[in-house]
Design a protein around this ligand. Structure first.
Ligand SMILES: Nc1ncnc2c1ncn2[C@@H]1O[C@H](COP(=O)(O)OP(=O)(O)O)[C@@H](O)[C@H]1O
Ligand SMILES: [Mg+2]
Length: 255
């Protein structure tokens, strides 16, 4: 099975007129298929920019990257990649159900594999069954995020990119969605790349966590979290708390 992500010598950044800025330099990264990778790093270090390259919204400046064994563009055409961002942009003129149905509608890229419409089941799973006929403006922030997740999952992505998806939510809702996300991850076998500002969330969700530093953006910490999962993944366990403290120190020196 090919890796979900394989990057070697990757430089990514932006062209600004004739000048260009390098955001991430010399990135080497392999993420196994089916893994759950948390990504932490100071604001502006290039987390979102990296996800943009994976999603084929931005071309790398140098180096190579493969996504699910193909180019980012091929994976995008196959609709193998789904996204959820912090401010999920549901279409305001469509009901929740019709927003969740969006991935089934053929867009710019031809659909190259059949996708079953699981809108109903996903709405139930996300606790939105009774709200399916509402419009986004009639939902709370947490409900909108759940609708965005249901929409992303309806495309049956093999790789799910989540960019601070729960950042705007209260802690209780966030904890509940974290558990739902873990259930979905286990049930679907999808690979998840999850960017967050919360150290606790990164450790609770991930099987592995990266800390990026800024200027230039680079990976400064890469930790295996599976031993914590095997030990029960409790937020109050000494090993869990020690991991959070360790990551916090790395983050404080990575600005
Ligand atoms: N469209 C863009 N054009 C030029 N520079 C950008 C663009 N988007 C982001 N940047 C810059 O790239 C750097 C990384 O941004 P970003 O990936 O959004 O950081 P993060 O998600 O880690 O907070 C920042 O310095 C930001 O100002
Ligand atoms: Mg960002």
């Amino acid at each position: 099975m090919p890796a979900a992500i394989e990057a070697a010598g990757l430089d990514i950044g932006y062209r600004l007129g004739t000048a260009s800025i390098t955001v991430l330099a010399g990135l080497d990264l392999r993420v196994e298929a089916g893994g759950f990778l948390s990504i932490l790093g100071p604001s502006g270090c290039g987390k979102s920019t990296f996800l943009r390259v994976v999603a084929d919204l931005l071309d790398p400046m140098k180096g190579r990257i493969s996504v699910l064994g193909s180019t980012p563009s091929e994976s995008r055409s196959r609709r193998d990649v789904g996204f959820v961002f912090q401010d999920s942009t549901l279409l305001p003129w469509r009901t929740v159900r019709d927003n969740v149905r969006l991935p089934l509608e053929v867009g710019r890229h031809r659909l190259t594999r059949a996708i079953e419409d699981r809108s109903g089941a996903l709405l139930e799973l996300m606790g939105l069954g009774a709200l399916a006929d509402r419009y986004p403006a009639q939902l709370s922030g947490g409900q909108r995020q759940r609708a965005a997740i249901a929409r992303a999952l309806n495309g049956a992505p093999r790789l799910l990119l989540m960019d601070e998806p729960f950042g705007a939510l209260d802690e209780i809702t966030r904890d509940r969605l974290n558990d739902e996300l873990l259930n979905i991850w286990r049930a679907t076998g999808a690979t998840i790349l999850f960017v967050t500002h919360s150290i606790m969330e990164a450790v609770y969700l991930g099987e592995r966590v990266l800390v990026l530093a800024a200027n230039p953006g680079r990976v400064v910490v890469d930790r295996d979290l599976r031993p914590l999962k095997a030990a029960g993944n409790r937020r109050e366990d000494p090993a869990f708390v020690a991991m959070m403290a360790d990551l916090r120190r790395s983050l404080e020196t990575s600005e």
